[in-house]
Design a binder for this molecule. Structure first.
Ligand SMILES: *Cc1c(COP(=O)(O)O)cnc(C)c1O
Length: 391
């Protein structure tokens, strides 16, 4: 059997995004022991860089070993005690997973539904908290990758606090792609992932917990049901000055990669990275509209890093995506849940938010649709995108 050599793809789906060669090179450096003093120094640097990326001074800010779903699970198993009422705002697939997590942790989930593609409605959250004054927690997805909707995290957290509830925020797709200010917005617990706007391979989940969340954790009457995710135990490994005790073996080389990616974000500057995502979103949108393709969602609520595009009648979803892969080595995402077969999800995340990606995607989509008999003016699309760049 030969070694595995993956094809060289351009990744413009809902994650993973393209990984910079600097990050891949960092991951190929020699593996050392996970309690080696040099490695402990790296862990401290990663925590410092993550605090900058999240804009927080929270001591408890570190990457959990495992993909974004593990960060989600860590927030719920630590903060939800059996019997706790949790308001879950659901405007897509990932909100649905939060509900599952609440229930598996023994909590009572009260779901507040919003239409797909729309942001979470603050008024509905307010109403739910008024009807359920016993609620201890509010959970919502800031950047819904299944629908492309951006919610107003700052306002939702304020509402939760006004009603004496803590806020758990899913920032898997948000971190690095749109403005996020954990301390400024007073977020209690937040989790993210590496393979979206941080442009790392998947496998780590940065989290941050504020003082109120840690108080709730300390006041638990029952032990955290998951041994692996119990923050009380994990923190013996990820914090503490001199003494770090073995908890599990960290994915050492994956952490080299995260360190390099966070360094790149730091070099670019957070604000510059947010502006870059916004710019390429505008260019992509102009190009798509020039080919009569429409973005789902409402103005002011669209994520720049995840664009949900309606599939025109008569165009075969799977065939277009296969042509993109075969002819352009380009991956875009299929619709999820209600959008399966009805929309594409075009990611402009991290390294994939670039002019090269936007222009390649417009060209590839236009020609793939033309091959199915839907005339699409690629030239007009490219010109519309270039006009945005020239402005
Ligand atoms: C991708 C994603 C997740 C899950 O992350 P994995 O790394 O796939 O486990 C959770 N929430 C949102 C909003 C996501 O986009």
């Amino acid at each position: 059997m030969p070694s595995f050599n993956p094809p060289l793809r351009t990744l413009m789906g809902p994650g993973p995004s393209d990984v910079h060669p600097r990050v891949l090179a960092a991951m190929a450096r020699p593996t050392i022991g996970h309690l080696d003093p040099a490695f402990v120094g790296l862990m401290d640097d990663i925590k410092a860089l993550l605090r900058q990326a999240f804009k927080t001074r929270n001591e408890v800010t570190f990457p959990i070993s495992g993909p974004g779903s593990v960060g989600m699970e860590a927030c719920f198993v630590n903060l939800v005690e059996p019997g706790d009422t949790v308001i879950v705002c659901r405007n897509g697939v990932f909100g649905g997973r939060m509900k599952e997590n609440v229930e598996r942790a023994g909590g009572v989930a009260i779901v507040v539904d919003d239409p797909w593609t729309r942001a979470v409605d603050p008024q509905r959250l307010e109403d739910a908290l008024e009807t359920n004054p016993q609620a201890r927690l509010v959970a919502f997805v800031m950047a819904e990758t299944s629908t492309g909707a951006l919610s107003d995290a700052s306002t939702l957290v304020q509402i939760a606090h006004r009603h004496g509830a803590l806020a758990i925020v899913d920032a898997v797709t948000a971190l690095g792609g749109v403005p996020l200010d954990v301390d400024g917005w007073d977020i209690d617990a937040i989790y993210s992932g590496t393979q979206k706007c941080l442009s790392c391979p998947p496998g780590l989940s940065p989290v941050s917990f504020g003082a109120r969340a840690l108080d709730k954790l300390r006041a638990r009457k029952t032990p955290v049901q998951s041994w692996f995710l119990d923050l009380n135990l994990v923190l013996g490994y990820w914090s503490g000055a001199a003494r770090r005790s073995y908890h599990h073996t960290a994915p050492i080389n994956a952490l080299y990669g995260l360190h390099e990616a966070l360094l790149m974000l730091h070099e670019e500057g957070l604000e510059a990275a947010w502006a870059r995502h916004a710019l390429h979103h505008r260019a992509l949108r102009a190009g798509l509209e020039a080919m009569d393709l429409r973005l789902a969602g409402a103005d002011g609520e669209r994520l720049p890093q995840l664009n949900v595009v309606g599939i025109p009648d008569g165009v075969d979803d799977a065939r277009v995506r296969q042509t993109l892969l075969d002819d352009y080595d380009l991956e875009i995402g299929a619709g999820l849940g209600e959008f399966a077969g009805k929309a594409w999800r075009i990611g402009l995340m991290g390294q994939s938010a670039s002019r090269r990606h936007v222009l390649a995607c417009l060209t590839a989509l236009g020609s793939a649709m033309a091959a199915q008999g839907r005339p699409s003016d690629c030239g007009a699309a490219l010109a519309a995108a270039q006009k945005v760049y020239a402005a």
